[in-house]
Design a protein around this ligand. Structure first.
Ligand SMILES: [Zn+2]
Length: 234
């Protein structure tokens, strides 16, 4: 929250460079220029939120409802600069503004109509210290700014993994580079339809590891909203 606020203030004071092509942007509150915005490799997932290639790839041990991504994420493409800036460029403002952009486009499809809360994928505490912010949480706050939905954190936690791999489920094993997952405070989402917010979905292992903890909560429903989809095409 504080980080986003500071970033927005800085944005008002000095014009910035487009996160994709680097050209100068005069309009406050934008992180990509109009031309790059138009050229974003958008998906049409929001037209079929229950039944698109990403949703199908995520169908696993946990019943997911809807899944959408704003754009395709192809390594080496210019649009990847946005995600690079979000993750490694100390740009929480990119995350926030891309969250707003995504939400504005999704509002037209009523994607958020039956969603109760936004839940960013948590980072490990080590990663949080290095980066200083959670890119998914900043993005969720941008989505919240448009939708008015609450952002919940601290429901699922990532911990340093010490035990044997065999005690982990399939998704946790795939995501085990970062540590194990645990349900920390399920009360916040009991009986709610949760939209897990993530920056880029590739194999879906992180989403599923997160969802496999979330599903332990009573009467929870789970959907996914992410900026980029890097998984296999249909
Ligand atoms: Zn541009």
């Amino acid at each position: 929250m504080t980080v986003s606020l500071l970033a927005r203030l800085a944005d008002l004071i000095s014009p910035r460079a487009c996160a994709v092509c680097g050209c100068r942007i005069e309009a406050p509150g934008h992180v990509i220029c109009a031309a790059c915005n138009m050229m974003l490799p958008r998906t049409s997932f929001a037209e079929h939120p229950y039944d698109n290639v990403m949703a199908k790839n995520l169908w696993g041990i946990v019943p997911l409802e809807k899944a959408v991504a704003l754009m395709r994420y192809e390594h080496g493409s210019q649009a990847c600069n946005i995600v690079y800036g979000m993750k490694y460029g100390s740009h929480p403002d990119f995350c926030y503004q891309m969250g707003r952009l995504m939400a504005m486009e999704l509002m037209a499809t009523d994607f958020f109509g039956d969603i109760d809360v936004l839940m960013p994928v948590p980072l490990t505490s080590k990663r949080m210290v290095v980066r200083g912010y959670n890119q998914s949480e900043e993005m969720a706050r941008g989505i919240a700014d448009i939708t008015g939905l609450p952002v919940v954190t601290g429901v699922v936690r990532r911990t340093v993994f010490k035990g044997s791999q065999t005690s982990l489920n399939r998704w946790e094993r795939q995501d085990n580079m970062e540590g194990a997952w645990e349900l920390a405070d399920g009360h916040k989402v009991a009986g709610k339809h949760v939209a897990i917010v993530d920056d880029v979905v590739t194999t879906g292992a992180t989403i599923m590891a997160c969802a496999s903890q979330l599903i332990k909560v009573r009467n929870v429903r789970i959907s996914v909203v992410c900026l980029g989809y890097a998984g296999k095409a249909p």
